[in-house]
Design a protein around this ligand. Sequence first.
Ligand SMILES: Nc1ncnc2c1ncn2[C@@H]1O[C@H](COP(=O)(O)OP(=O)(O)OP(=O)(O)O)[C@@H](O)[C@H]1O
Ligand SMILES: [Mg+2]
Length: 249
Amino acid sequence: MSGEVLRLENVVAGYEEKAVIKGVSLSVREGEKVVIMGPSGSGKSTLLKTAVLLVRPWSGRVVLDGEDLTSGRADLRRARAKTGFVFQSYNLFPHMKVIDNVALPLRLVKGYSKEAARRKALEMLKLVGLGDCGEKYPLQLSGGQQQRVAIARALAMDPIILFLDEPTSALDPELKAEVLETLRDVAHRGIAMVVVTHELDFAREVADRVVIMEDGVIVEEGDASLLWSPKTERARRFLRVIGTASAPT
Ligand SMILES: Nc1ncnc2c1ncn2[C@@H]1O[C@H](COP(=O)(O)OP(=O)(O)OP(=O)(O)O)[C@@H](O)[C@H]1O
Ligand SMILES: [Mg+2]
């Protein structure tokens, strides 16, 4: 299991009585980029949440950095601190300056001093091209810039794996492009990433692996070439909707 940062083993999970993830196994290696696609309601967001036990699996195992999070003995707070999460809505604190949005979790979760946290926050803002925006408030930034702040905040924690759930789907095309550019840079930094996105060019460029989900299961998984030549009818059907796969032969 050397080099593996995350492993889901036959995970079943859901809400109240309703199963949403119906037996998913997935392994992510150090630095690996996995893109997850699938129709609305297929369980993509829920799957990301089960990976950090924000949704607790009914059965199966979740192993993060060699630690079984489903054992009941795991320190989930400490485990989650090894991960970063970026959502479709940026979830920044509007009443706090941009730099403080990035610095605060460093102080609360990682125990940084005020000065060290600000230094690191500024470094991360520079990394996403927003070095001059630290003293602004989130609402003074565009949606794309706000999302890049959210990315900086996640990266500041030095995660071993970064989860991104449709990070660009709320953005206009122009802003989308700048966030995708930032994510390409992030991808080159060697952090493992699991990204839910339907951005095909981005997926083709960065994905080591593409996973297609439908109705709580993985229907197909492979390298980025599956975007153009899926083997299963279910994956083909989905990809035809988002406009890549050739018509079935
Ligand atoms: N907090 C919740 N409580 C109850 N049901 C939920 C909850 N979150 C999601 N669901 C249900 O679980 C199923 C899967 O939802 P999920 O958000 O994981 O899908 P998704 O693939 O991310 O969809 P989308 O592409 O629309 O984001 C859906 O039927 C949804 O209604
Ligand atoms: Mg979702």
